[in-house]
Design a protein around this ligand. Structure first.
Ligand code: C2E
Ligand code: MG
Ligand code: MG
Ligand code: MG
Length: 272
């Protein structure tokens, strides 16, 4: 009896594996089809100066509008797109779309685009950025590329060279989600970022946690000394905003100033 139960448990396990593999194949198929059918859209979230709250630009955030499931957030599909290599063409689409849309905005506003670490291995990134700028006519000074520390983990000559080459195009480089994962203050010294974005987990605990307070202060102090702009992510309330301004953080982004919004409402945005 025990043997039979074990066998049936195993069969159950096998069926589970099979179902998982099937779901994965279906998800891959859906994602490929989504790119072919142009089901992706960019939403944009405001970035403002502190303490004046002057609107200076937007971060482009990818959305998938699935005809059946509705709007899907990047956490649900980016890692699969990365595993499939689909992030390369998808990321190129994001670059072209963001540059084209930003080119139609009032000129001082800049646009920030998130890059996947996988795009750095592809060897097509430089050409993709160059052609997105050329085709849209967007001033390179208005484009900012956001990378995460995982790009720097493989701190090879190639990675550094490719960051420098991108910068020579005249675009800015921002270090995103700073403080999570393996980021260390040392990164700020090793590569000349134009901007550091403090992860929202630190902003969320600002005012409650002495550690978060100290970390935000150190990043602002060191970054400023190294000529970088500091942006706080995920600012949701006035208390956080006041503390950040008091600390001397230069810019902020978060629901307090605006949620990510579809492209067609952006050009109508009043100056915050
Ligand atoms: P991220 O680059 O750190 O973007 C900020 C995320 O925080 C966005 O989530 C945004 O909607 C959310 N957020 C902004 N303000 C607040 C706030 O006040 N409170 C809270 N709780 N959340 C806030 P979203 O749009 O779901 O994007 C998640 C992540 O997906 C992004 O994090 C980025 O790493 C990635 N991503 C988005 N678009 C792209 C893209 O085009 N390419 C790649 N490779 N990754 C992307
Ligand atoms: Mg980002
Ligand atoms: Mg971030
Ligand atoms: Mg993030």
């Amino acid at each position: 009896r025990a043997k039979a139960a074990g066998r049936s448990r195993f069969r159950y396990f096998e069926q589970g594996m099979h179902a998982q593999a099937q779901k994965r194949r279906r998800d891959q198929f859906d994602l490929r089809r989504a790119l072919e059918n142009q089901e992706f859209e960019l939403y944009y979230q405001k970035q403002v100066t502190l303490p004046a709250r002057r609107l200076i630009g937007f971060e482009a955030l990818l959305r998938w509008r699935d005809p059946y499931r509705g709007l899907i957030l990047p956490d649900q599909f980016i890692s699969l797109a990365e595993e499939m290599g689909l992030i390369i063409p998808l990321g190129e689409w994001v670059l072209h779309q963001a540059c084209a849309q930003a080119a139609a905005w009032p000129t001082p506003w800049r646009v920030a685009v998130n890059l996947s670490p996988v795009q750095f291995g592809g060897g097509r990134l430089y050409e993709a950025v160059r052609s997105a700028l050329a085709l849209s006519g967007l001033d390179p000074a208005r484009l900012e590329l956001e990378i995460t520390e995982s790009v720097l983990l493989r701190e090879t000559e190639e990675t550094m060279a490719s960051l420098h080459r991108l910068r020579e195009l005249g675009v800015a480089i921002a270090l995103d989600d700073f403080g999570v994962g393996y980021s260390s203050l040392g990164y700020l010294q090793r590569f000349p970022f134009d901007r550091v974005k403090i992860d929202r987990s630190f902003v969320a605990s600002l005012g409650y946690s002495r550690e978060s307070n100290a970390i935000v202060r150190s990043v602002v102090t060191l970054g400023t000394a190294l000529d970088m702009s500091i942006t706080a992510e995920g600012v949701e309330n006035e208390a956080q905003c006041a503390l950040l301004a008091e600390i001397g953080c230069h810019e902020a982004q978060g629901f307090l100033f605006g949620k990510p919004e579809p492209a067609d409402t952006v050009s109508l945005a009043p100056s915050c």
